[in-house]
Design a protein around this ligand. Structure first.
Ligand code: NAP
Ligand code: ZN
Ligand code: ZN
Length: 347
């Protein structure tokens, strides 16, 4: 065992505090990673505040991890000491079920092992990336492209793959009209990736306050959802809508924006249900779907795609001491566009 400096949530209501956590010894197929930067995902906030259910406190969250390999187990072949690597939302899966065999480990039928608040193979609770180092099975460690700096590549490990996967699955590309709802951490990356895939992208944000940024990211149009006229003007418009909102949205209103055979995919994960009026699906033979992160091979594909296309998240780097304040700003949609913790501030 080794000890890592970390930030942990003591309860659903207390602020996060500095602490230490234990990391397992480096096993034959493990990689020890010295973490450089860790992104703050809204899922971290839903989790530590207990919005998604029971939490094994104290808990260290963080599943957008970028760092460098400092030790490898005797049987490791995919990574070497000194490599730039990343870890996303899962650190293991059964590897035997049909979904794992199809490279869709995120949908492991026995449940993948989440990077934090999961049960590790030694029975301990997994602890996330707001910490100085982590030990992970080599198969769940990604190679980071040289061209994207650590602090900017970190958010791709969750925000990047979570939006790339549905955009790719539902064929965002030339001739397809894609709307992105909510331009926060996931949303702004979704805009950049969908534009790079060749789709015609529209941002649907609460207000027009980030319009210049959205257009700079490549969106053709940008509309305010607080303005009821938006829903009238854009009726029957989109082939694909990616909903990244962390709170419930008016499903009937958004489904009405889909054209024939269009799909609304929710990656946003509010704790409350999203009630779907069935008649909103009948018109235009619409679909409502969900999507969870992406598989390991697809995550590598996304990292390489972003490097090739020169795509990187917009980040605001903070010290560990500013995490609680950053959480408050995320909750107010006051984020441009991902907070990333400089883990050196924990050393
Ligand atoms: P975020 O940075 O807070 O972005 C969410 C955006 O949604 C905000 O920036 C805001 O955009 C909009 N929004 C927030 N509250 C709203 C409200 N009450 N009504 C309408 N719009 C609102 O969060 P994130 O890190 O991108 O995560 C977004 C959601 O995805 C979270 O629920 C998270 O748990 C979930 N998630 C899911 C997966 C998955 O695998 N499916 C993976 C990662 C995250 P505007 O200011 O532009 O309106
Ligand atoms: Zn996340
Ligand atoms: Zn499996």
């Amino acid at each position: 065992m080794s000890t890592a400096n970390a930030i942990a949530a003591p309860s659903a209501t207390d602020p996060l505090v500095r602490t230490t956590i234990e990391r397992r010894d480096v096993g034959p197929r493990d990689v020890l990673i010295e973490i450089r930067y860790a992104g703050i995902c809204h899922s971290d906030i839903h989790t530590v505040r207990g919005e998604w259910g029971e939490v094994p406190y104290p808990l260290t969250v963080g599943h957008e991890i970028a760092g460098q390999v400092t030790e490898v187990g005797a049987e490791v072949t995919k990574h070497a000491v000194g490599d730039r690597v990343g870890v996303g939302c899962m650190v293991n899966s059964c590897r035997e079920c049909e979904n794992c065999k199809a490279g869709q480990e995120q949908y492991c039928l026995r449940g993948n092992t989440q990077t934090y608040a999961g049960i590790d193979r030694d029975g301990s609770v997994t602890q996330g990336g707001y910490s100085t180092h982590v030990v992970v099975d080599e198969d769940f460690v990604l190679r980071l492209p040289e061209s994207i700096p650590y602090e900017k590549v970190a958010p791709l490990l969750c925000a990047g793959i979570t939006t790339y996967s549905p955009l790719s699955h539902w064929n965002a590309g030339p001739g397809r009209k894609v709307a992105v709802v909510g331009m926060g951490g996931l949303g702004h990356v979704a805009v950049k990736i969908a534009v790079a895939m060749g789709a015609e992208v529209t941002v649907l944000s609460q207000t027009l306050s980030k319009k210049d940024d959205g257009l700079a990211f490549g969106a053709r149009e940008y509309h305010a959802t607080k303005d009821a006229a938006t829903f009238e003007a854009l009726k029957n418009s989109f082939d694909l809508i990616i909903n990244t909102v962390s709170a419930p949205i008016d499903m009937a209103a958004y489904l009405g924006l889909l054209r024939l055979d269009g799909t609304l995919v929710s990656v946003g994960a509010p704790p409350q249900p999203l009630p779907v009026p069935v008649f909103a699906l009948f018109g235009n033979r619409r679909s409502f779907a969900g999507s969870s992160i992406g598989g390991i091979a697809e995550t590598q594909e996304m990292l390489d795609f972003c490097a090739e296309r020169g795509i990187a998240p917009e980040v605001e780097v903070i010290d560990a001491g500013a995490v609680n304040e950053a959480y408050e700003r995320v909750l107010k949609s006051d984020v441009r566009y991902r907070f990333v913790i400089d883990i050196n501030s924990l050393r």
